[in-house]
Design a protein around this ligand. Structure first.
Ligand code: ATP
Ligand code: MG
Length: 264
């Protein structure tokens, strides 16, 4: 059965989508069956996976509204390297209307969960790229997930934003998804020469201990360039520090989810 992770942080531009796309490709490269769900009307995970968001007839929007099944909208992200392929449930700006249109619907918080449940046996990992907001879309992501992965930049206000997110996770846990865990905090766009970043990083380790991934994602220009080519960075420049970091993160995640393998 798939391990379902919501990649979330209500703060914008912290590396959620970059993490979703590159982790999907890195896990796929080591033979994991991966589904990446784009839950953001910006459609960045869709475009970053090489899928033109403007040409889509059906997207996650239609799945949430019950107008299409997940099987009808998913698209294969191909990149010339069979080993790194993964499936994408795409999104585009149409999704922005979903929140309003779902208000009066029954089970509006569990629509994504129900859609994924029908296909959970087909994947090892489902990664959900959430929008930068604590809205109904994000609640759908959190309700569908076993755990949340929180990418964050090590900045002054990062910890404050984190407490809002932890409160939301607690609310979802209390009302909608009792099993929801925090899978891990991921330090993104890290610059080791920045003293403040080092201090915030240390605070994170002090507060959250093992919940902080040991892998740190450095600030790396190749990570920012890859989406304009519609490719995960490992298929764009495999030797870059960014590609290596996400490959390492995939390894750390697999070890965490399979402690026996890690011990061998
Ligand atoms: P949003 O909240 O808008 O969805 P996000 O949290 O998904 O944003 P990204 O889109 O992944 O964040 O990243 C924001 C910008 O920073 C993008 O232009 C991306 O290419 C760039 N970026 C992300 N991670 C890195 C990194 N490690 N090094 C350099 N640039 C990065
Ligand atoms: Mg994003």
């Amino acid at each position: 059965m798939a391990r379902i992770l919501a990649i979330t942080n209500q703060k914008g531009g912290v590396g959620k989508t970059t993490t979703g796309v590159n982790l999907a490709a890195s896990l796929a490269a080591v033979k994991q069956r991966v589904l990446l769900v784009d839950l953001d009307p910006q459609g960045n995970a869709t475009m970053g996976s090489g899928i033109d968001k403007r040409s889509l007839k059906a997207t996650v929007y239609h799945v949430l509204l019950g107008e299409a099944t997940l099987a009808q909208v998913r698209v294969r992200a191909t990149n010339g390297d069979k080993a790194g392929e993964y499936d994408v449930v795409p999104a585009n700006r149409e999704l922005a209307g979903a929140e309003v249109e779902m208000v009066d619907m029954e089970h509006r918080e569990t629509r994504l969960k129900d859609a994924i449940a029908a296909h959970a046996g087909e994947y090892d990992f489902v990664l959900i790229d959430c929008p930068p907001a604590l809205n109904l879309l994000t609640v759908n992501g959190l309700t569908a997930a076993h755990a949340v992965m929180i990418p964050m930049q090590c900045e002054y206000y990062a910890l404050e934003g984190l407490s809002d997110l932890v409160q939301t996770v607690k609310k979802v846990r209390a009302h909608l998804n009792p099993g929801l865990e925090i899978e891990g905090l991921l330090r993104t766009m890290f610059d080791p020469r920045n003293t403040l970043a080092q201090q915030v990083s240390q605070q994170l380790l002090d507060h959250f201990g093992d919940k902080v991934y040991r892998t740190v994602i450095p600030r790396n220009i190749r990570l920012a360039e890859a989406p304009s080519h519609g490719l995960p960075v490992m298929h764009f420049d495999r030797t870059s520090k960014g590609a290596q970091a996400y490959i390492a993160l995939a390894g750390e995640m697999l070890n965490r989810n399979n402690p026996v393998a890690a011990a061998l």
